[in-house]
Design a protein around this ligand. Structure first.
Ligand code: G1P
Length: 294
């Protein structure tokens, strides 16, 4: 089995739920504790062995490319002032030359369309999809857990988790079959999936939470450009069509997901990442307690 080297990150969304913060800053460049959401997600991908990141971007998102490139003036000034720790931290997120691609989606036609836009860059190999709104705090990182499942069973892997009560209809929902050995009941063959099922019709409470390992055959199915739930081209629909020919497994990963596409989720992610930072967890706790007492 060939290693999964490329990850597709659809980032073109308007960030409607976090406006006006996302008006002039691409939503995935908003901050979680000490760096942009996207830097955390790229670090997760690197920890899972990803060598090339394919960003599916929209107009006005040039700041994403700039973030992962050298900022010569900034770096020169930090070096001149002897601020070597900050300089090292800034450089830690840089891309290796040639290890990132930026593809314009050109029209907001849905997640499936965004992933399809990566077809030429990905080519004929298995690849990962990471939805950067969903910041996953996990050890091992969520995508590394998906890779371990992929190495065990091959085919296609979809990371899932239980939806909060009453919220399953907002997501892609999976139906499960036989359990795969060696994953404590957390890895199961998938028998179906449905995007945003009407409330009360959900086949389970397990929702597709934002990390996938997919075979390139999904691109042909996405190329049919069939609109699904909400009038959008849905990745879930193409995966369901691929399920007729190829195995899919759902992995219930171990970790905590923060939906950073939402104001409260973004705030929660900031607090959670600040609290776990070894250097200042104590200070953060004291600051929060101070606020709660005031
Ligand atoms: C997308 C996917 C859905 C998944 C969700 C996770 O939906 O289509 O299957 O459950 O992301 O956030 P969206 O949030 O774009 O409506």
């Amino acid at each position: 089995m060939k290693r999964v080297r490329k990850a597709v990150l659809p980032v073109a969304g308007l960030g409607t739920r976090i406006l006006p913060a996302a008006k002039t800053t691409p939503k995935n460049l908003l901050n979680v504790f000490d760096r942009p959401i996207l830097a955390h997600v790229v670090a997760e991908g690197r920890a899972a062995g990803i060598e090339h990141f394919v960003f599916i971007v929209g107009r006005g998102q040039g700041a994403i490319e700039d973030y992962f490139d050298h900022g010569f003036e900034l770096e020169a000034q930090l070096a001149a002032k002897g601020k070597s720790d900050i300089l090292a931290d800034v450089r830690a997120d840089l891309s290796d030359p040639g290890a990132m691609s930026f593809v314009r989606q050109m029209a907001p036609l849905g997640l499936g369309h965004a992933v399809w836009c990566a077809r030429d860059v990905v080519g004929d190999e298995a690849f990962a999809v990471m939805l950067p709104d969903m910041l996953m705090d996990a050890d091992p990182p969520a995508l590394a857990q998906a890779m371990a499942a992929y190495e065990a069973v091959g085919g296609n892997i979809v990371v899932v988790e239980p939806a909060p009560p009453g919220e399953a209809h907002k997501y892609g929902i999976v139906s499960l079959g036989a359990e795969a050995a060696g994953f404590d009941g957390r890895l199961n063959a998938m028998t179906g999936m449905v995007e945003k099922p009407p409330p009360g019709t959900e086949p389970s409470n397990l929702f597709i939470s934002g990390r996938y390992v997919l075979q390139p055959g999904v691109f042909d199915l996405l190329g049919a450009h069939r609109a699904g739930a909400g009038g959008e081209i849905q990745l879930t629909d193409a995966m369901l069509a691929l399920l007729a020919d190829q195995p899919f497994h759902a992995l219930e990963y171990r970790g905590v997901t923060h939906d950073c596409g939402d104001k409260l989720g973004l705030l929660r992610a900031n607090v959670a990442f600040a609290l776990k930072d070894l250097g200042c967890g104590g200070e953060v706790r004291a600051a929060i307690e101070g606020l709660l007492d005031s």
